[in-house]
Write a protein that binds this ligand. Structure first.
Ligand code: FES
Ligand code: FES
Length: 159
C-alpha cells in the first residue's frame, strides 16, 4: 500500500506516495528525477547507488524509503553549491577519474563521506574506504589521485 512519505533531499522537502518498503533509489530516480545515483547490482554490492543519509554513505538500493524519513538525504546532484562543483567533483574532473562514469556518482559521494570523517587519508585508507564501490573500467589509480587532490583543496579552505 502506498503511503504519503516526506523526504528531505538536497535541502528540499518532497512528498512522495510510495509503499514504505520501496527502495530509496527507486523513489529518488523515478519520482524525484534524481538519476545521478545509479542502479547497478541492486544487491548492495557495487556502490553505484550510494547517497548520504544523515551524512553517512548508504546503498540506496538497499534502504527502504521509510528509513529516509526525518533524515537529511544528499545525492550527487546536491553537492554543487551556487554553480560551484564540490571540490571532490572538481578533483574527479581534473584527474579524469572516470571512463564510462557509471560508478562516478557513488564514488564521489563515498569520497565526500571519507573526507568528512578523515580529512587527510592515505592512499591505503582511500582504497579501504572505497572498497565497496566497484569501478569496472579500472580507473582506481586516478580515483585515488582525485581524492588526495580534493583533500588538499578542502584543507586549503574551499567549501
Ligand atoms: S545498485 Fe546498490 S549497491 Fe549496487
Ligand atoms: S568509470 Fe566505468 S565503472 Fe567506473
Amino acid at each position: 500500500m502506498a503511503n504519503l512519505i516526506e523526504l528531505q533531499v538536497n535541502g528540499k522537502r518532497s512528498l512522495v506516495k510510495y509503499p514504505p518498503d520501496a527502495s530509496l533509489l527507486t523513489v529518488l530516480r523515478d519520482e524525484l528525477g534524481l538519476t545521478g545515483a545509479k542502479y547497478g547490482c541492486g544487491e548492495g554490492q557495487c556502490g553505484a547507488c550510494t547517497v548520504l543519509i544523515g551524512g553517512a554513505p548508504r546503498r540506496s538500493c538497499q534502504v527502504p524509503v521509510s528509513a529516509g524519513v526525518g533524515k537529511s538525504i544528499t545525492t550527487i546532484e546536491g553537492l554543487e553549491k551556487e554553480g560551484l562543483l564540490h571540490p571532490v567533483q572538481q578533483a574527479f574532473l581534473d584527474a579524469g577519474a572516470f571512463q564510462c562514469a557509471f560508478c562516478t556518482p557513488g564514488m564521489i559521494i563515498s569520497s565526500v563521506a571519507l573526507l568528512h570523517a578523515k580529512p587527510n587519508p592515505t592512499s591505503s585508507e582511500i582504497i579501504q574506504f572505497l572498497q565497496g564501490n566497484i569501478c569496472r573500467c579500472g580507473t582506481h589509480p586516478r580515483i585515488i589521485d582525485a581524492v588526495r587532490q580534493a583533500a588538499k583543496t578542502m584543507q586549503g579552505g574551499r567549501p
